[in-house]
Design a protein around this ligand. Structure first.
Ligand SMILES: Nc1ncnc2c1ncn2[C@@H]1O[C@H](COP(=O)(O)OP(=O)(O)O)[C@@H](O)[C@H]1O
Ligand SMILES: [Mg+2]
Length: 244
């Protein structure tokens, strides 16, 4: 039953999200929206709560108050595996490539919920089309890839899950400048192909070149938000929150 209210609703909505680690409270009521088709940048200094926000969305950290709505549905209490099955896919900080598994096996792990073997094959071909280097290295141990290649493998594994929403945690971290640009190009490609993206980046200028909209987190709360254009042109924001 078509319902314009639902299709106009944001793909992801955080409402007053509070979360932390034991007695340490890392998020103090975060409100945030990601609309279908957008790239939204989540910015902020080290320790601002960016990673915790992504982990709370994907169920790895439990919210103690507030709600996470995905496609209008409350997913706050769901298990991480059930959240992933809905098409909300988290590429964590540090990539988490599994040692002892080949590149191909790492990719297959991404599609473990896909029952149809033909569909798994189709997705693998798609990932190899985007990342030819992964096809050439498919039989090599994933942990032996370079940093840039591991990031491609982490994104490829996420793509195998058929994401509606990709949560990317600092995909450019530790990469040489040329590879950083390559990773950003890939993020754009994934978005062009239909994935909505919530992108955590330390490099605010870079993220705002790519994004449609941005949020600046500070000490676990949204301090500012606006179109990427607005944030990009605001010198006080760049200097105060993002580092010139
Ligand atoms: N596993 C953890 N245990 C305790 N405190 C944590 C843990 N992870 C993060 N924190 C704290 O939560 C706050 C937010 O951290 P984080 O979400 O990792 O920030 P960011 O990703 O923006 O750098 C920081 O004060 C950090 O020290
Ligand atoms: Mg982080």
């Amino acid at each position: 039953m078509p319902c314009s209210d639902l299709s106009d609703a944001p793909l992801l909505r955080l409402h007053g999200l509070v979360a932390g680690y034991g007695r340490i409270r890392a998020l103090h009521g975060v409100d945030l929206e990601v609309r279908r088709g957008q790239i939204v940048a989540l910015l902020g200094a080290n320790g601002a709560g960016k990673t915790t926000t992504l982990k709370t969305i994907s169920g790895l950290v439990r919210a103690s108050a507030g709600r996470v709505l995905f496609e209008g549905r409350d997913i706050t209490a769901l298990r991480p595996s059930d959240i992933a099955r809905l098409g909300l896919v988290h590429v964590p900080e540090g990539r988490r490539i599994l040692r002892g598994l080949s590149v191909r096996e790492n990719l297959e792990l991404g599609a473990f919920t896909v029952r149809d073997a033909g569909e798994r094959q189709r997705r693998m071909r798609h990932v190899f089309g985007l990342f030819p280097i992964l096809e050439r290295r498919q039989h090599q141990d994933g942990a032996l890839l370079s940093g840039g290649e591991q990031q491609m493998l982490a994104m490829g594994r996420a793509l195998m899950q058929g994401p509606k929403l990709l949560l990317l945690d600092e995909p450019s971290m530790g990469l040489a400048p040329k590879l950083v640009l390559e990773v950003m190009r890939i993020v754009r490609t994934l978005n062009d192909e239909g994935a909505t993206v919530l992108l955590v980046e330390q490099n605010a200028r870079l993220a705002l070149r790519l994004a449609d909209y941005g949020y600046v987190l500070e000490s676990g709360a949204v301090r500012m938000q606006g179109s990427a254009e607005t944030l990009r042109d605001d010198r006080t924001i760049i200097e105060a929150y993002l580092g010139a």
